[in-house]
Design a protein around this ligand. Structure first.
Ligand SMILES: [Zn+2]
Length: 237
């Protein structure tokens, strides 16, 4: 099956940042990258990105491409905002179009429930909105808002690599559950025949491959490593 992930917006999109300067796209793209890696562990899944790190793809370009490729589902990943100053609005909300097939509601509910459980953030519910990416897509389309950039507590999470990974895992769990996806390792053909030896003691030896002052450089290296199949992640010390 074909899945399109959309890290809403682009680096240069006006607004779309926390009062202290975290760009929403920074969060969205990392979650999308993690989700792509996780989805590719499943059989018969091809993942496409609607967004680009190089430009802010217009909404019409995103949905036209999804329709052209005839993807089976479209998931738009966002961080929320209420106004542009700090305030109390917080939590997770997931959107579907007011007019949609029942299966889209089912998919959205699964993604939403997994996000709420995994993040422990407030459940603001499943909501309806006439957003372009929900209206103009011809397949099941869901838009997830994973916490508020305008809330001091939520934004701490939105900045954390662990939280970003948690959101990706939750979104992927919802998709995998809805479409009954099977892990590649369940096929009984390859890696499971020769499983990697388990560590004999508790704890693991991990190897650091880089240290950067600029988060962007760390993100880029992690992306490259994940593309090559290493379970890379970022630690901030
Ligand atoms: Zn957004």
């Amino acid at each position: 099956m074909k899945i399109m992930l959309d890290a809403g917006h682009g680096y240069t999109t006006a607004g779309k940042r926390s009062p202290d300067g975290m760009r929403e796209y920074e969060f969205n793209r990392v979650v999308a990258n993690y989700a792509k890696g996780l989805l590719e562990d499943y059989q018969n899944v091809t993942v496409y990105f609607a967004h680009s790190d190089k430009r802010d793809v217009p909404l019409k370009g995103r949905t036209d491409e999804a329709n052209r490729l005839k993807v089976d589902c479209y998931v738009s990943i966002h961080a929320n905002a209420y106004g542009s100053n700090w305030n109390d609005a917080n939590g997770i909300e997931t959107y579907v179009h007011p007019v949609r097939p029942k299966k889209t509601t089912e998919l959205a509910k699964k993604i939403h429930r997994n996000l709420v459980i995994a993040t422990g953030l407030k459940d603001r519910g499943l909501k309806e909105a006439d957003f372009h990416v929900l209206r103009e897509t011809e397949m099941s389309a869901v838009l997830a808002e994973c916490g508020f950039m305008t809330n001091r507590e939520d934004v701490k999470q939105l900045r954390s690599d662990t939280f970003r990974k948690t959101c990706a895992e939750a979104i992927v769990k919802g998709i995998a559950d809805h479409f009954n996806l099977r892990k590649k390792t369940d096929a009984g053909t390859s890696p499971s025949k020769n499983p990697a030896p388990l560590p004999s003691k508790k704890g693991q030896y991990k190897v650091q491959v880089g240290a950067f002052d600029d988060k962007k450089n760390a993100d880029e290296l992690v992306d490259q490593l994940i593309k090559r199949g290493f379970p890379a992640y970022i630690l901030f010390e």
